[in-house]
Design a protein around this ligand. Structure first.
Ligand code: LLP
Length: 417
């Protein structure tokens, strides 16, 4: 899928809107999202997997802006949520409860109750005590919790260790060897319906092989479960499809992913669910930032910008690479770092790289900022969170206001003593 961000007449455009004009109008730092790209990515994934007709439950944690979710709701997406907050956001954006699955290792009683009252499609269950809890909440409320146990297939997704989740040393899921036993236990608990099985092996996965390997392993368990439990009808294969962050990186194409898993999953004759996030929104967004100072060090330059690690923490947290681009096209480069104003050496977007030669006041963009950027933002250093704008063709609209000082101190007070 081609990028929605391209140069025209030496200026960076987001679809048909000049990024510089958005920065003028809405200020910086600013997240800009392309609606067409989000929709195209969703459609490309659905088309690649058309044989399986999966229910695509968008992973809300990746970008939970209401406008992003409403775009996906209109495409027929469901949602994969991991908290009551995400669940209510998904509902508010127009995603029907019967397309929502609820994952996460630490669901509280209050969250389970919200989900049962909403009558969501599926709980993906991470442990035996969680089964007990869903059962007792459901019994108390006179509801049924449809469950899929998350199994840990113990495959190596060859991604960063913080975002790898399907190996046996990770906290996620239950040992695949014990899965049948745990289902037997679930079958005895009141208020539960054995509806499916869940797996998710990690994120930013660029190779289809680990998926095929995991699918083979869970397929065997699925067939057994289908034979044992007449209500068993769904297999949720999780998310994790990797995108291109570096120009020389090959993304995992939906078609490659589909060819690897469809032949294994199709014969199972169950409804397939998937929970993609990054692949849909990652390259739909940029973070626009203005250079405040150019500081010349002995061996390199520091481009000090007005965005910071509180806006996008991926580089220091995962050593993640994000491309840096100039809003006014230039072929001149300087060697150095792009850093924010926060009082930490970890406050950087790029280290020791050839960067666009920017001057004070120039605009830069941090690419691939549609996924795990705003949703991981904080107020560290008492910095208000950035604004978000959505673009479609020549239209643009502020879809989240920039936080104010009042937002920062809301709910905080000094004890009278
Ligand atoms: N399903 C489950 C159960 C998940 O835990 C995740 C992501 C997804 C789906 C969506 O994965 P995706 O398709 O986006 O790869 N903050 C990290 C990534 C953490 C992933 C957490 N789980 C990052 O910025 O790279």
């Amino acid at each position: 899928m081609s990028s929605p961000f391209s140069y025209r007449g030496g200026q960076l455009f987001a679809e048909d809107v000049a990024v510089a004009s958005l920065a003028e109008q809405y200020g910086t730092p600013l997240f800009v999202y392309s609606r067409s790209h989000i929709r195209n990515q969703f459609r490309a994934l659905a088309a690649a997997l058309s044989d399986l007709k999966p229910l695509i439950c968008y992973a809300v944690k990746v970008n939970s802006n209401a406008a992003v979710m409403a775009t996906l709701a209109a495409e027929g997406a469901g949602a994969d949520v991991v908290s009551a907050g995400e669940l209510l956001r998904a509902r508010r954006a127009g995603i029907p409860a019967n397309r929502i699955s609820f994952a996460g290792v630490g669901k509280t009683e209050a969250e389970i109750e919200v989900a049962l009252k909403e009558d969501i499609l599926l709980f993906t269950v991470e442990s035996e005590p969680e089964l007990d809890r869903i059962s007792s909440c459901a019994t108390r409320l006179g509801r049924t919790g449809r469950i899929a146990i998350r199994v840990n297939p113990d495959v190596d997704p060859k991604t960063h260790k913080y975002i790898s989740t399907g190996k046996k040393e990770n906290k996620f899921g239950v040992d695949i060897q014990r899965a049948l036993q745990i289902y037997e236990r679930a079958a005895q608990l009141p208020g539960l319906e054995i509806a499916g099985l869940h797996m998710h092996i990690g994120s930013q996965i660029l190779d289809a092989q680990p998926y095929a390997e995991a699918a083979e392993k869970v397929a065997r368990v699925c067939s057994e479960l289908k034979a044992r439990y007449p209500t068993f009808r769904m297999l949720d294969i999780g998310g994790g499809i990797g995108i291109q962050y570096r120009p020389d990186q090959a993304p995992l194409l939906p078609t490659t992913f589909a060819s690897a898993v469809a032949p294994i999953l199709k014969p199972l004759g169950v409804q397939i669910l998937m929970e993609p996030g990054r692949v849909i929104v990652g390259n739909a967004g940029v973070l626009v930032t203005r250079v405040q100072y150019v500081k010349r060090g002995p061996s390199k330059q520091f481009l000090i910008v007005d965005a910071a690690m509180n806006d996008l923490i991926r580089p220091p947290l995962y050593q993640a690479h994000h491309e840096i681009g100039a809003v006014r096209e230039t072929s001149k480069t300087v060697f150095g770092d792009v850093v924010g104003p926060i009082c930490e050496s970890g406050d950087f977007f790029a280290l020791d790289r050839d960067l666009p030669a920017a001057q004070q006041g120039d605009l830069l963009v941090v690419h691939s900022a549609g996924a795990y950027a705003y949703t991981m933002a904080s107020n560290y250093n008492s910095r208000p969170r950035a604004a978000e704008v959505m673009v479609e063709g020549a239209r643009h609209e502020l879809v989240r206001e920039r936080e104010t000082f009042d937002d920062l101190v809301r709910g905080e007070h000094i004890p009278h003593w």
